[in-house]
Structures are given as structure tokens and as C-alpha cells.
Design a protein. Structure first.
Length: 255
């Protein structure tokens, strides 16, 4: 009896062939329209959640005060450090991590879900105005980045609201400190996943490693977010000391 020839390693079907709709899924991900669909979906989700959260929420006077103080600090840094930021965009071999993540995470730690998202939207509105003034960034990319930041900020704020009865007490105990760390990780996970997803769909690299940020960039980002936690604690428990974090932020950005 004649035996059928055995399949070699190269003849074996790929893993996706065993999954229902695997071939169709690969075709969708490789479609030229995939990046645009991803961008439109993220922006639609951002607008929907942002509007719904602010319609349902009722911020307190303390929330408004912290939002104003945070906006003043962010605006002062943005205008004062504008030259540094533009140089970092164009100078080669220089690490650049947008400092907006610092203000966004701080907002997520000290504000309710709706106001935190609104603060991030206003922050990026100001960033978009400055970018158009200096022609330093494409508005389409800036709007998508803003959408990812708003979703990441609101996700972190929602996590805090779900795990704590009194968000204003953040940092006063070990458990509440752990909640702050979890919120920071949620912010990073949502933000980087949404950014890397559209980059992956647009560039179609041979491996995921090709779109991942470098170790130096990740280290700078973690240092920036750690400073955001410090700023949030100041805003909650010693707001008069919050402006003292500005020199630390400037030194970090110039490093």
C-alpha cells in the first residue's frame, strides 16, 4: 500500500489557518483601509465617552480648583519650554518624549473621569494651536494622539474611581498608593496599545518588535510618569507646593 508523503515543516499550515476566520482576519489587518478604520474608531470612542462622562458627572469646587491650577502649570510650562520641545523634535539622536503625558496622568489622579478627559482635550487643543503656529506637527496625527491620551487618562481615572471611595485620599496609605501605581500602568497600557496598533497597521512590520519604543524612550517615559504621581500628590494635599515641581520637570526634559 502506497503511503502519502509526510508534510515537511514548511508545508505545515500556519497557526492562523486553524482559527475560525483566520485568513479573513489577516486580510482585514493588511487592508490599506485598516489604519483609517482604527483611527476613526478610536476617535469616535473618545468623543462618545468624553461627552457622556461630562454630561453625567458633577465636579466639585475642589475639582475645579485643581483643574485650574493644573491648567496654569501646564500652560506655563508649554509656553516657556516651547523652544526646548521644538529642538527635541528636530535634533537627531536626542530622546524626545512628549511631556503632555505628565499633565494627563496627573489629571487622571486628581480629577473625576469627565473633567480629567476634558482637561486632556483642552491640553491637546493648546498643543495643536502651538503646533500649527510653528508648523511642527501634522494636525491629523496630533488629533489621533489627543484621542489616545484622552482615552488613557479617562481609563486611569475610571480605575481610581472604581477602586477607591475617596479619590482625594490618594497617596495617604500603602493601598491607595498601590491604586495610583495601577492607574499609571492602566494609562501606559491604553495609550501605548492604541498608538502601536495604528503604527503597526500603517507600517506592516515583519515583527512587533519593529514598532516598539526603545529602552531609552521607555525609561524617560517612566521617569515622566513618576513625576506626574508626585505632582498629583502635591495637588491633592499641598497645592501651594505644586509649582515647585516645575523646575524638576524642566530638568527632566533637558536631560
Amino acid at each position: 500500500m502506497r503511503r502519502a508523503p509526510e508534510r515537511g515543516v514548511r508545508d505545515r499550515p500556519k497557526l492562523g489557518a486553524y482559527l475560525p476566520g483566520g485568513t479573513a482576519l489577516r486580510k482585514i489587518l493588511r487592508s490599506p483601509a485598516a489604519p483609517a478604520v482604527c483611527v476613526a474608531s478610536v476617535e469616535l470612542l473618545c468623543v462618545t465617552w468624553l461627552v457622556a462622562a461630562n454630561v453625567a458627572g458633577r465636579p466639585s469646587a475642589g475639582d475645579v480648583g485643581r483643574c485650574v491650577l493644573l491648567s496654569v502649570l501646564a500652560g506655563a510650562y508649554a509656553e516657556g519650554g516651547d523652544r526646548i520641545e521644538r529642538l527635541r523634535r528636530y535634533v537627531a539622536n536626542t530622546t524626545f518624549v512628549n511631556a503632555s503625558s505628565l499633565w494627563c496622568l496627573a489629571g487622571a489622579l486628581v480629577l473625576p473621569v469627565g473633567p480629567a478627559g476634558a482637561f486632556t482635550a483642552l491640553l491637546y487643543g493648546h498643543t495643536l494651536v502651538r503646533a500649527r503656529r510653528h508648523r511642527s506637527a501634522r494636525p491629523v496625527r496630533m488629533i489621533y494622539t489627543a484621542a489616545t491620551e484622552v482615552l488613557a487618562t479617562m481609563s486611569a481615572a475610571a480605575l481610581i474611581a472604581a477602586l477607591t471611595d475617596d479619590p482625594d485620599a490618594l497617596g495617604t496609605s500603602l493601598r491607595l498608593g498601590a491604586v495610583g501605581v495601577l492607574a499609571m500602568l492602566a494609562y501606559v497600557l491604553v495609550n501605548q496599545t492604541l498608538i502601536l496598533a495604528v503604527v503597526y497597521l500603517a507600517s506592516q512590520p515583519t515583527s512587533l518588535r519593529g514598532v516598539l519604543p526603545g529602552v531609552e524612550d521607555e525609561t524617560m517615559e517612566l521617569a515622566t510618569l513618576a513625576l506626574a504621581v508626585l505632582l498629583a500628590v502635591c495637588l491633592l494635599h499641598a497645592p501651594y507646593l505644586a509649582p515647585l515641581t516645575l523646575p524638576l520637570i524642566v530638568v527632566l526634559r533637558r536631560s
